[in-house]
Design a protein around this ligand. Structure first.
Ligand SMILES: [Zn+2]
Length: 331
């Protein structure tokens, strides 16, 4: 959250929601879980089931559920809500799916085909798992030094080690392999046991029960580190993968990490692939260069009061309108 949003959150009061809620909202989450997840622990905070239930209750009280078919047909966008979930984590099936089914709500899940069926682990999850294991050693100096040497960085203390380690770029994949060896973790076994991601069967079952799936790029690599052609392939291949494996007739896609810096040329090319494609970003309540792009905001932080987040996101919209930033500009 930026400074302005932080201030708006602080001054937001739940009672404003009735006044500011005229526009549809598209919240996103990654995971809902009651226990510690090593692969997430160092990345972001998340809600437990109780909090998630209360979010749903709150949204259902103030907004109308938006059936996914309606956005595809580009109809009815006022005062509705649609839940979305990124990264295809297993808890989507074990925890989120039963709750949504019970509540009669549909949702869209964005997945990275490279990790479906637990074939391998997403880069940022690998870093978090490794840090969790290093934490178990109480951040043993000897281990920190060896890890830093392998990855080629210098650090001052435990905190700076953590910060630098979490920012290591995917080009360090080979070095990260070596850290798994160093810490004696068999990654394949770990994945088989922990099952971090959805399987094809689970996706099929959810689809059969009225849930929608979209691409989130093949590998979740930061798009800005890729060439234009690679970006296009990462995106289109992930959407096409769903069509090839599940015969989906629609194209939904959410940008990994952020939609900031995504060029209008790339967006045009995606609409050449499928003019009915719906794209999802995470820039808050804003209008994009095309009505087929939907902007979302996160409701994941358990330390934030959900009604206040909804109010703050709406106030931030007015702020953006005031300073001329409501409409997203793309190069
Ligand atoms: Zn993601």
């Amino acid at each position: 959250m930026g400074i302005v949003k932080d201030i708006l959150y602080k001054i937001s009061s739940s009672q404003y929601l009735e006044k500011v809620k005229s526009q549809s909202v598209f919240p996103y989450y990654h995971i809902v879980a009651n226990d510690k997840k090593w692969h997430i622990k160092y990345l972001y905070l998340y809600k437990g089931t109780e909090c998630f239930y209360s979010d749903i209750e709150l949204l259902s009280k103030h907004y109308i559920p938006l059936p996914v078919e309606k956005i595809i047909e580009a109809k009815e966008k006022r005062n509705t809500f649609l839940l979305t979930f990124d990264d295809g984590l297993r808890e989507v099936y074990t925890t989120i799916y039963p709750i949504l089914k019970e509540k009669g709500l549909s949702a869209v899940f964005f997945i990275n085909p490279d990790y479906v069926d637990n074939k391998k682990m997403m880069y940022k999850h690998r870093l978090s798992v490794l840090l969790s294991f290093i934490e178990k050693s109480n951040f043993d100096k000897n281990i920190l030094n060896r890890v830093a040497r392998i990855c080629g960085f210098k650090y001052k203390d435990e905190k700076s080690f953590r910060q630098i380690f979490l920012k290591l770029k995917p080009v360090k994949e080979k070095e990260i392999d070596k850290i798994f060896e160093l810490l004696n973790i068999n990654e394949k076994e770990y994945l088989e046991k922990q099952k971090l991601y959805l399987s094809k069967d689970e996706i099929q079952e959810m689809m059969d029960n009225g849930f929608y799936f979209g691409g989130h790029s093949m590998s979740h690599r930061p798009l800005h580190e890729l060439t234009f052609e690679e970006q296009k392939r990462e995106i289109i291949d992930s959407v096409q993968w769903l069509k090839d494996n599940f015969r989906t007739t629609y194209s939904l896609f959410a940008f990994p990490f952020s939609d900031k810096g995504i060029s209008s040329k790339l967006i045009e090319e995606l609409f050449v692939y499928d003019p009915n494609m719906i794209l999802f970003g995470n820039s808050g309540i804003r209008r994009d260069i095309d009505s087929r792009i939907i902007q979302r905001f996160s409701l994941e932080n358990p330390k934030k009061h959900t009604t206040k987040v909804l109010v703050a996101e709406n106030l931030y919209k007015y702020y953006n309108k005031l300073v001329g930033k409501y409409k997203i500009k793309r190069n």
